[in-house]
Design a protein around this ligand. Structure first.
Ligand SMILES: Nc1ncnc2c1ncn2[C@@H]1O[C@H](COP(=O)(O)OP(=O)(O)O)[C@@H](O)[C@H]1O
Ligand SMILES: [Mg+2]
Length: 288
Protein backbone atom coordinates (compact mmCIF):
# COMPACT_ATOMS: atom_id res chain seq x y z
CA UNK A 1 0.00 0.00 0.00
CA UNK A 2 1.71 3.16 -1.21
CA UNK A 3 1.14 6.40 0.67
CA UNK A 4 1.68 9.87 -0.69
CA UNK A 5 1.24 13.31 0.75
CA UNK A 6 0.66 15.83 -2.01
CA UNK A 7 1.31 19.47 -1.20
CA UNK A 8 -0.36 19.26 2.14
CA UNK A 9 -0.80 22.07 4.61
CA UNK A 10 -2.23 21.82 8.11
CA UNK A 11 -3.50 24.61 10.33
CA UNK A 12 -4.49 23.80 13.89
CA UNK A 13 -7.69 25.52 14.99
CA UNK A 14 -8.18 26.95 11.52
CA UNK A 15 -10.40 30.00 11.25
CA UNK A 16 -10.13 30.86 14.91
CA UNK A 17 -7.98 33.48 16.63
CA UNK A 18 -5.75 30.56 17.72
CA UNK A 19 -5.04 29.37 14.18
CA UNK A 20 -1.57 27.99 13.82
CA UNK A 21 0.10 26.93 10.57
CA UNK A 22 1.96 23.73 11.47
CA UNK A 23 3.07 22.33 8.09
CA UNK A 24 2.97 23.70 4.56
CA UNK A 25 3.52 22.37 1.07
CA UNK A 26 4.66 18.98 2.31
CA UNK A 27 5.00 16.31 -0.37
CA UNK A 28 6.27 12.87 0.59
CA UNK A 29 6.07 9.56 -1.29
CA UNK A 30 6.22 6.37 0.68
CA UNK A 31 6.22 3.30 -1.59
CA UNK A 32 5.05 0.10 0.08
CA UNK A 33 7.79 -1.67 2.03
CA UNK A 34 9.84 1.48 2.66
CA UNK A 35 11.47 2.24 6.00
CA UNK A 36 11.48 6.01 6.27
CA UNK A 37 12.83 8.17 9.07
CA UNK A 38 11.66 11.70 9.75
CA UNK A 39 14.06 13.93 11.63
CA UNK A 40 14.01 17.58 12.66
CA UNK A 41 13.73 19.86 15.66
CA UNK A 42 10.86 19.84 18.11
CA UNK A 43 8.04 21.85 16.56
CA UNK A 44 9.18 21.25 12.97
CA UNK A 45 5.91 19.43 12.17
CA UNK A 46 6.85 15.75 12.35
CA UNK A 47 3.95 14.60 14.52
CA UNK A 48 1.52 16.65 12.45
CA UNK A 49 2.75 14.89 9.29
CA UNK A 50 2.40 11.47 10.96
CA UNK A 51 -1.21 12.05 11.88
CA UNK A 52 -2.05 12.59 8.21
CA UNK A 53 -0.78 9.12 7.36
CA UNK A 54 -3.82 7.50 8.91
CA UNK A 55 -6.28 10.34 8.49
CA UNK A 56 -6.36 11.31 12.16
CA UNK A 57 -5.84 14.78 10.71
CA UNK A 58 -7.33 15.87 7.39
CA UNK A 59 -5.13 18.40 5.58
CA UNK A 60 -6.35 21.98 5.31
CA UNK A 61 -4.79 22.06 1.80
CA UNK A 62 -3.64 19.28 -0.50
CA UNK A 63 -4.33 15.56 -0.79
CA UNK A 64 -3.27 12.43 1.04
CA UNK A 65 -3.38 9.16 -0.89
CA UNK A 66 -3.34 6.01 1.24
CA UNK A 67 -3.54 2.87 -0.91
CA UNK A 68 -6.68 3.42 -2.96
CA UNK A 69 -8.17 5.95 -0.53
CA UNK A 70 -7.95 9.66 -1.04
CA UNK A 71 -8.26 12.22 1.74
CA UNK A 72 -8.63 15.73 0.40
CA UNK A 73 -8.77 19.13 2.03
CA UNK A 74 -12.16 20.83 2.23
CA UNK A 75 -14.16 17.72 1.40
CA UNK A 76 -16.28 15.23 3.21
CA UNK A 77 -13.97 12.24 3.41
CA UNK A 78 -15.38 8.75 3.71
CA UNK A 79 -13.97 5.43 4.89
CA UNK A 80 -11.53 7.00 7.33
CA UNK A 81 -12.06 4.03 9.65
CA UNK A 82 -10.73 1.61 7.02
CA UNK A 83 -7.64 3.75 6.65
CA UNK A 84 -7.03 3.80 10.40
CA UNK A 85 -7.08 0.03 10.44
CA UNK A 86 -4.47 -0.20 7.67
CA UNK A 87 -2.08 2.34 9.17
CA UNK A 88 -1.22 1.79 12.83
CA UNK A 89 0.28 4.62 14.85
CA UNK A 90 2.43 4.05 17.91
CA UNK A 91 2.37 7.41 19.67
CA UNK A 92 5.00 8.73 22.03
CA UNK A 93 4.57 7.03 25.41
CA UNK A 94 1.86 4.69 24.05
CA UNK A 95 1.59 3.03 27.48
CA UNK A 96 -0.29 6.13 28.65
CA UNK A 97 -3.18 4.90 26.55
CA UNK A 98 -3.55 1.53 28.29
CA UNK A 99 -6.79 1.50 30.22
CA UNK A 100 -8.35 -1.97 30.48
CA UNK A 101 -8.24 -4.29 33.51
CA UNK A 102 -6.22 -6.95 31.74
CA UNK A 103 -3.58 -7.04 29.06
CA UNK A 104 -5.79 -9.24 26.91
CA UNK A 105 -8.74 -6.85 27.08
CA UNK A 106 -6.48 -3.98 26.16
CA UNK A 107 -5.05 -5.70 23.10
CA UNK A 108 -8.40 -6.99 21.78
CA UNK A 109 -10.11 -3.62 22.23
CA UNK A 110 -8.87 -2.17 18.93
CA UNK A 111 -9.59 -5.15 16.66
CA UNK A 112 -13.04 -5.69 18.23
CA UNK A 113 -13.84 -2.03 17.77
CA UNK A 114 -13.16 -2.60 14.07
CA UNK A 115 -15.54 -5.56 13.93
CA UNK A 116 -13.21 -8.51 14.48
CA UNK A 117 -14.84 -11.36 16.48
CA UNK A 118 -13.76 -11.90 20.07
CA UNK A 119 -12.25 -15.31 19.32
CA UNK A 120 -10.22 -13.96 16.42
CA UNK A 121 -9.17 -10.89 18.43
CA UNK A 122 -7.93 -13.14 21.24
CA UNK A 123 -5.94 -15.18 18.79
CA UNK A 124 -4.43 -12.00 17.40
CA UNK A 125 -3.59 -10.86 20.94
CA UNK A 126 -1.58 -14.04 21.51
CA UNK A 127 0.31 -13.62 18.27
CA UNK A 128 0.92 -9.92 18.87
CA UNK A 129 2.36 -10.61 22.33
CA UNK A 130 4.72 -13.12 20.79
CA UNK A 131 5.79 -10.55 18.20
CA UNK A 132 6.68 -8.01 20.88
CA UNK A 133 8.58 -10.65 22.86
CA UNK A 134 6.24 -11.03 25.85
CA UNK A 135 4.98 -14.30 27.32
CA UNK A 136 1.33 -15.34 27.14
CA UNK A 137 1.26 -15.50 30.94
CA UNK A 138 0.71 -11.78 31.23
CA UNK A 139 -2.59 -11.87 29.29
CA UNK A 140 -4.62 -12.02 32.49
CA UNK A 141 -2.51 -9.47 34.35
CA UNK A 142 -3.37 -5.83 34.81
CA UNK A 143 -1.25 -3.72 32.46
CA UNK A 144 -0.59 -1.45 35.42
CA UNK A 145 1.26 -4.20 37.28
CA UNK A 146 3.86 -4.48 34.51
CA UNK A 147 7.21 -2.71 34.18
CA UNK A 148 7.40 0.41 32.01
CA UNK A 149 9.11 -1.49 29.20
CA UNK A 150 6.52 -4.27 29.29
CA UNK A 151 3.67 -1.74 29.27
CA UNK A 152 5.10 -0.17 26.17
CA UNK A 153 5.29 -3.57 24.46
CA UNK A 154 1.68 -4.30 25.38
CA UNK A 155 0.63 -0.99 23.85
CA UNK A 156 2.58 -1.85 20.68
CA UNK A 157 0.95 -5.31 20.64
CA UNK A 158 -2.42 -3.52 20.62
CA UNK A 159 -1.42 -1.72 17.41
CA UNK A 160 -0.05 -4.91 15.81
CA UNK A 161 -3.28 -6.79 16.62
CA UNK A 162 -5.01 -4.48 14.14
CA UNK A 163 -2.83 -6.17 11.49
CA UNK A 164 -1.79 -2.91 9.84
CA UNK A 165 0.02 -2.75 6.48
CA UNK A 166 1.94 0.26 7.64
CA UNK A 167 3.38 1.13 11.03
CA UNK A 168 3.93 4.74 12.04
CA UNK A 169 6.22 5.29 15.03
CA UNK A 170 6.45 8.63 16.83
CA UNK A 171 9.64 8.49 18.89
CA UNK A 172 8.83 4.98 20.08
CA UNK A 173 11.88 4.65 22.33
CA UNK A 174 11.53 7.94 24.24
CA UNK A 175 12.28 7.43 27.91
CA UNK A 176 13.75 3.92 27.55
CA UNK A 177 17.29 2.98 28.60
CA UNK A 178 19.84 2.19 25.83
CA UNK A 179 19.22 -1.55 26.02
CA UNK A 180 15.43 -1.15 25.95
CA UNK A 181 15.82 1.23 23.01
CA UNK A 182 17.86 -1.20 20.99
CA UNK A 183 15.50 -4.09 21.72
CA UNK A 184 12.45 -2.13 20.60
CA UNK A 185 14.18 -0.77 17.48
CA UNK A 186 15.41 -4.25 16.51
CA UNK A 187 11.91 -5.60 17.04
CA UNK A 188 10.43 -3.00 14.68
CA UNK A 189 13.13 -3.74 12.17
CA UNK A 190 12.35 -7.47 12.16
CA UNK A 191 8.65 -6.74 11.71
CA UNK A 192 9.55 -4.48 8.82
CA UNK A 193 11.76 -7.13 7.20
CA UNK A 194 9.68 -10.23 7.91
CA UNK A 195 6.30 -8.80 6.99
CA UNK A 196 7.42 -6.17 4.51
CA UNK A 197 5.69 -3.70 6.81
CA UNK A 198 6.02 -0.13 5.59
CA UNK A 199 7.57 1.75 8.50
CA UNK A 200 7.72 5.47 9.18
CA UNK A 201 9.79 6.48 12.17
CA UNK A 202 10.12 9.85 13.85
CA UNK A 203 13.31 9.90 15.85
CA UNK A 204 15.83 12.16 17.55
CA UNK A 205 18.44 9.44 17.20
CA UNK A 206 20.62 9.93 14.14
CA UNK A 207 22.10 6.51 14.92
CA UNK A 208 18.68 4.88 14.51
CA UNK A 209 17.92 6.86 11.35
CA UNK A 210 21.29 5.82 9.88
CA UNK A 211 21.03 2.19 10.89
CA UNK A 212 17.43 1.30 10.01
CA UNK A 213 16.00 3.67 7.40
CA UNK A 214 16.17 3.40 3.59
CA UNK A 215 15.16 7.04 3.24
CA UNK A 216 15.49 10.01 5.57
CA UNK A 217 13.46 13.19 5.47
CA UNK A 218 14.53 16.35 7.26
CA UNK A 219 11.83 18.75 8.38
CA UNK A 220 12.35 22.34 9.37
CA UNK A 221 9.70 24.88 10.30
CA UNK A 222 6.83 22.87 8.88
CA UNK A 223 8.50 22.01 5.59
CA UNK A 224 10.49 19.17 4.08
CA UNK A 225 13.96 20.59 3.47
CA UNK A 226 15.80 17.47 2.40
CA UNK A 227 15.28 13.82 1.50
CA UNK A 228 17.82 11.13 0.71
CA UNK A 229 19.39 7.82 1.68
CA UNK A 230 21.23 7.77 5.04
CA UNK A 231 24.55 8.05 3.17
CA UNK A 232 23.33 11.04 1.18
CA UNK A 233 21.91 12.76 4.24
CA UNK A 234 24.89 12.19 6.52
CA UNK A 235 27.52 13.06 3.91
CA UNK A 236 26.63 16.74 4.31
CA UNK A 237 27.86 17.21 7.86
CA UNK A 238 28.18 20.99 7.67
CA UNK A 239 24.67 21.37 6.32
CA UNK A 240 23.24 19.28 9.16
CA UNK A 241 25.24 21.14 11.78
CA UNK A 242 24.04 24.45 10.30
CA UNK A 243 20.49 23.21 10.73
CA UNK A 244 21.32 22.46 14.35
CA UNK A 245 21.03 18.71 13.80
CA UNK A 246 23.37 16.02 14.96
CA UNK A 247 25.22 13.43 12.88
CA UNK A 248 25.88 9.81 13.84
CA UNK A 249 28.91 9.33 16.05
CA UNK A 250 30.71 7.22 13.45
CA UNK A 251 30.43 10.07 10.91
CA UNK A 252 31.80 12.58 13.40
CA UNK A 253 34.63 10.17 14.15
CA UNK A 254 35.41 9.77 10.45
CA UNK A 255 35.60 13.54 9.97
CA UNK A 256 37.95 14.05 12.91
CA UNK A 257 40.09 11.13 11.79
CA UNK A 258 40.33 12.59 8.27
CA UNK A 259 41.38 15.93 9.73
CA UNK A 260 44.00 14.42 12.05
CA UNK A 261 45.53 12.19 9.39
CA UNK A 262 45.17 14.78 6.62
CA UNK A 263 43.28 12.31 4.43
CA UNK A 264 39.91 12.13 2.69
CA UNK A 265 38.23 8.78 2.41
CA UNK A 266 35.98 9.92 -0.42
CA UNK A 267 32.87 8.21 0.97
CA UNK A 268 30.83 8.31 4.15
CA UNK A 269 30.61 5.20 6.33
CA UNK A 270 27.74 4.54 8.66
CA UNK A 271 29.20 1.64 10.61
CA UNK A 272 32.47 1.40 12.47
CA UNK A 273 33.30 -1.86 10.66
CA UNK A 274 33.03 -0.25 7.21
CA UNK A 275 34.95 2.79 8.37
CA UNK A 276 37.81 0.77 9.85
CA UNK A 277 38.21 -1.40 6.77
CA UNK A 278 38.24 1.73 4.56
CA UNK A 279 40.93 3.30 6.75
CA UNK A 280 42.94 0.07 6.81
CA UNK A 281 42.77 -0.17 3.03
CA UNK A 282 43.89 3.43 2.64
CA UNK A 283 46.81 2.97 5.03
CA UNK A 284 47.91 -0.23 3.29
CA UNK A 285 47.81 1.63 -0.01
CA UNK A 286 49.92 4.44 1.45
CA UNK A 287 52.72 2.10 2.48
CA UNK A 288 53.32 0.15 -0.71
N1 LIG B 1 -2.81 20.61 19.03
C1 LIG B 1 -2.14 21.67 18.60
N2 LIG B 1 -2.70 22.90 18.59
C2 LIG B 1 -2.03 23.97 18.12
N3 LIG B 1 -0.78 23.94 17.63
C3 LIG B 1 -0.16 22.75 17.62
C4 LIG B 1 -0.80 21.55 18.09
N4 LIG B 1 0.06 20.51 17.94
C5 LIG B 1 1.19 21.03 17.39
N5 LIG B 1 1.05 22.37 17.20
C6 LIG B 1 2.05 23.26 16.60
O1 LIG B 1 2.35 22.80 15.29
C7 LIG B 1 3.75 22.88 15.02
C8 LIG B 1 4.30 21.51 14.66
O2 LIG B 1 4.20 20.68 15.80
P1 LIG B 1 4.50 19.12 15.79
O3 LIG B 1 3.91 18.53 14.58
O4 LIG B 1 4.07 18.60 17.12
O5 LIG B 1 6.09 19.10 15.65
P2 LIG B 1 7.17 17.99 16.07
O6 LIG B 1 6.46 16.68 16.18
O7 LIG B 1 8.20 18.04 14.99
O8 LIG B 1 7.73 18.42 17.38
C9 LIG B 1 4.38 23.51 16.26
O9 LIG B 1 4.50 24.87 16.04
C10 LIG B 1 3.37 23.21 17.34
O10 LIG B 1 3.42 24.21 18.35
MG1 LIG C 1 6.35 15.33 17.81
Amino acid sequence: MDISLQNIEYRYQANTPFERLAIKDVSINIPTGTYMALIGHTGSGKSTVLQHLNALLVPTEGTVVIGNHEVKAKQKNKNLKQIRQKVGIVFQFPEHQLFEETVEKDIIFGPMNFGVSEAEAKERARFALQQVGLSQEILEKSPFDLSGGQMRRVAIAGVLAMEPDCLVLDEPTAGLDPRGRKEIMDMFYSLHKERNLTTILVTHSMEDAAQYADQIIIMQQGQVVKQGTPIEIFSSVTELVDMGLDVPEVVRFQRSLEEKLGITLGATYLSIEELSSAVAQLLRGAHV
